[in-house]
Design a protein around this ligand. Structure first.
Ligand code: NAD
Length: 357
């Protein structure tokens, strides 16, 4: 099969980690007989330097014309003093909205070889965990009506949460389909004991569950979910939740893995085109030093194969190669965390993965 991939390398360690992921994608294409065509576009600080804009129109058009988008990271101290709408990070919201990406998929997996990095107790991490958060990305309180008004106690600020049936149904569909591709267990997280939006959310999820008899479905209140994630993360497979709850819970879930350089993400819309990126930023402190851990970007590329191109076997192959390299004891500096051993450079880690592939 042949696919066109837009590359948004961005700033800081962005170019190093995207180059690593491209090498892994090329090796995978060679192994399985596919063809991936890569076209780079500017985004973030490098785009500001070249064109004055963090998200040039050419980048938007190029991404819209591609089958999928792989992003490194944007931002850095050089552009920190620019006004809000001219900053590199502004390009992220712009590109997500231009591509109509309403779903965020954030896996949080504990690699047995890296379990020491987790802040959780040994008896909790010994059970392992591998969960996927499906977060609604373009609705809810972050996009609702807001402002200031005169209230009961004088001036007050307000934000409103609104969810339409359409928005809940489309994120529910993604969540059930994702559960079908994994271990067929879905927990929907809401605050239905208080919020009207959560009651509608729950009603729609229950109805949809009838269409997916193979999926073991249940509800959980968000306050309980925040506790359960640190008490017993092994109980989760797929989680579906609203924009704000997903924002908070996905950061909690990534923190319990303890390894920011390992965490991938995907943003999806109504088509198969998605945007795939590591959850970390541009790491200006190590940029240009060949020290970055490329795995989060490599695993994001694997997600692209699975969720945008339907190449599950190829995605499995990349994920297993990363597992094997870690199990063999190879570590970039961030994974050693000051412990013993000689860290691999970004290029060396990539080469180890290519060898296994
Ligand atoms: P960061 O994630 O860039 O870095 C936090 C720490 O983690 C640093 O010590 C860094 O060296 C380390 N780190 C991150 N990724 C790593 C990797 N792959 N390998 C090894 N170590 C890694 O967060 P920050 O320092 O808060 O932000 C730096 C810049 O990135 C800022 O300009 C911020 O706005 C931007 N940012 C961009 C994105 C994005 O592009 N999606 C996300 C978050 C932050």
């Amino acid at each position: 099969m042949e696919f066109n991939i837009a590359l948004l390398k961005g700033d800081g360690i962005g170019p190093e980690i995207v180059d690593s992921a491209v090498a892994v994608l090329e090796k995978t294409a060679e192994k399985f007989g596919h063809k991936f065509n890569f076209t780079p576009y500017l985004i973030g600080g490098c785009a500001i330097d070249a064109t004055g804009e963090p998200l040039p129109q050419e980048t938007v058009d190029g991404c819209l014309a591609s089958d999928s988008v792989l992003l490194g990271a944007v931002g850095g101290p050089k552009w920190d003093t620019l006004p809000g709408n001219k900053r590199p990070e502004k390009a992220l919201l712009g590109i997500r909205s231009a591509l109509g990406l309403f779903t965020n998929l954030r896996p949080a997996k504990l690699y047995p070889a890296l379990k020491e990095a987790s802040p959780l107790r040994a008896d909790i991490v010994s059970k392992g965990f591998d969960l996927m958060i499906v977060r609604e990305l373009t609705g809810g309180i972050y996009f609702g009506e807001r402002g200031y008004r005169e209230g009961k106690y004088g001036e007050e600020a307000y934000d409103t949460e609104a969810y339409s049936r359409m928005e809940i149904e489309r994120i529910g569909r993604v969540a059930f389909d994702t559960a079908m591709k994994r271990n067929k267990k879905l927990i929907s997280i809401d605050k239905a004991n208080v919020l009207e939006t959560s009651r509608l959310w729950r009603e729609i999820m229950h109805k949809m569950a009838e269409e997916y008899p193979e999926v073991e479905y249940s509800d959980m209140l968000v306050d309980n979910a925040a506790m359960q994630l640190v008490k017993n993360p092994a109980q989760f497979d797929v989680i579906v939740t609203s924009n704000m709850f997903g924002d908070i819970l996905s950061d909690e879930a990534s923190q319990i893995t303890g390894s920011i350089g390992m965490l991938a993400s995907a943003s999806l819309g109504a088509t198969t085109r998605g945007m795939y990126e590591p959850i970390h930023g541009s790491a200006p402190d190590i940029a240009g030093q060949n020290k970055a851990n490329p795995n989060a970007t490599i695993l994001s590329a694997a997600m692209m194969l699975r969720y945008s191109f339907g190449l599950a076997e190829e995605a499995d192959c990349i994920e297993k190669a990363v597992d094997k390299v870690l199990e063999a004891g190879y570590r970039t500096a961030d994974l050693l965390g000051g412990g013993e051993g000689t860290p691999l450079t970004c290029t060396e880690m990539t080469e180890k993965i290519l060898e296994v592939l």
